[in-house]
Write a protein that binds this ligand. Structure first.
Ligand code: GCU
Length: 350
């Protein structure tokens, strides 16, 4: 996204901000219309954008037009970390933020960035749908001016490069791999022997094209929606992370700007959008993979054990902190429950 465009969008947002509560005719009568601004970094084809369009429809219908939801995709209001900062002051109301970004705001989110903390998609979804685990995580940033409302699937993150297939950690030696601006992600790639290069999502395509970086790590949608597959032709399923994105809301929106009834509608709409997006994800990832194959991207399936072994010390390092350990233990407990359940189903079938 060009800086000029971003500035225009910011000016636009500021201008809207000034008239965030305006007077419109709703059902023939003068009514106050509240503008709710949503920022995210994906394009209009992405399941998260489609889910937010459903969110918009739900909120506008249920509030009988008293709320006008305005969505700014493509990092139009700045890189996600800037958008989260804007939510802290209430200048932006809702943001879809990656876990790499959120770990800068509370250590609870850091735990999710640990490589291989989730055993499977079943485990990952069960954790994200478990209120006992997630409510305290969502609340952990209240003092910072925002809370989590719900999660969106962002699939499995894998490493891809412009240079060669990554079949074992040693293949990463000397390669500059873009990571999210997250200390955990930096350590993760260092543990694998690569040179991690933190960078905002919107800069990755140009980075790959101009050889500023040799690769990145992300789900399959990045190959198509963000065109990374045009330049990076080697995608290796090393499966290091299953990371959700979180829909966060400014506390100013929930506590001051909206009535209690309106805040309830926003929360219902968030949970509706979550189900909508999660339902779309699997097909969207499969379709992106197919399109990427058609543009010449090769997919590889390395043995993941050597990658896991290189990164396992990170778990011990990151659970020295009490808050992190509490979240870590809950996530692992859930994983062990699922492993035991599946093992007993398997043994019954034998
Ligand atoms: C994915 C993820 C985003 C994240 C991005 C990135 O697209 O859904 O939340 O910001 O990757 O790597 O920066």
């Amino acid at each position: 996204m060009k800086i000029g465009k971003r500035i225009t969008a910011l000016l636009l947002a500021a201008a809207i901000g000034i008239v965030a509560v305006g007077c419109n005719k709703v059902d023939g009568a003068e009514k106050k219309v509240k503008v709710v601004r949503v920022a995210h970094g994906q394009n209009e084809e992405h399941p998260q954008h489609k889910a937010m369009l459903e969110f918009e429809k739900y909120v506008e219908e249920k509030t009988n037009g008293e709320i006008d939801v305005q969505i700014f995709p493509n990092e139009l209001l700045g890189a996600t970390s800037q958008a989260v900062e804007l939510s802290q002051t209430g200048a932006v109301d809702l943001v879809i933020a990656g876990l790499g970004t959120l770990e800068a705001f509370n250590e609870c989110y850091t735990v999710f960035n640990l490589p291989y903390i989730m055993d499977s998609t079943e485990h990952y979804h069960a954790v994200m749908n478990d209120e006992d685990i997630m409510n305290s995580v969502y609340e952990s940033t209240r003092q910072s001016g925002f809370v989590g409302l719900t999660w969106f699937d962002a699939g499995v993150r894998n490493i891809y490069t412009t240079k060669k297939a990554i079949m074992e950690p040693d293949d990463l030696k000397g390669l500059k791999i873009r990571v999210q601006t997250s200390p955990t992600n930096v350590k993760m790639l260092q543990a694998l022997g690569a040179s991690p290069t933190p960078m905002s999502f919107g800069e990755v395509y140009t980075g790959l094209q101009q050889n500023v970086i040799d690769g990145a790590e992300n789900n399959e949608l990045a190959l198509i929606n963000n065109k990374h597959g045009e330049v990076a032709k080697h995608y290796s399923y090393n499966m290091h992370a299953m990371l959700p994105d979180i829909l966060i809301a400014s506390t100013d929106l929930l506590d001051n700007k909206l009535t209690e009834e309106q805040a309830k509608i926003v929360m219902e709409a968030a949970s509706y959008a979550n189900k909508f997006e999660v339902d779309l994800w699997e097909d969207a990832a499969a379709e992106a993979k197919e399109k990427a194959e058609a543009m010449g991207v090769q997919f590889y399936y390395p043995d993941i054990k050597p990658f896991q072994d290189k990164m396992k010390n990170l778990h011990a390092e990151y659970t020295k902190d009490e808050n992190m350990k509490a979240v870590y233990d809950k996530i692992r407990e859930k994983g062990d429950e699922i492993l035991a359940k599946n093992a007993s189903v398997e043994s019954e079938q034998e």
